[in-house]
Design a binder for this molecule. Structure first.
Ligand code: FES
Length: 57
């Protein structure tokens, strides 16, 4: 499922980046995945996915 339509980023890609890089914040995650830099509509959903994935690490 696409989370960030502006950049064509899926939830799978976000989850992979979280597992690989263990970001401490959403800002950090954004260094690894191009999300939320245009309309910003995806930010909330992307944060939730990041939190969800971090809890499973
Ligand atoms: Fe992610 Fe627009 S949907 S910046």
């Amino acid at each position: 499922m696409y989370v960030c339509l502006c950049n064509g980023v899926s939830d799978k890609k976000i989850r992979q980046a979280v597992r690989q890089f263990h970001p401490q914040s959403f800002q950090q995650l954004r260094k690894f995945v191009l999300i939320g830099n245009q309309c910003g509509k995806c930010v909330r959903a992307a944060r939730e996915i990041m939190q969800e994935e971090l809890m499973q690490l």
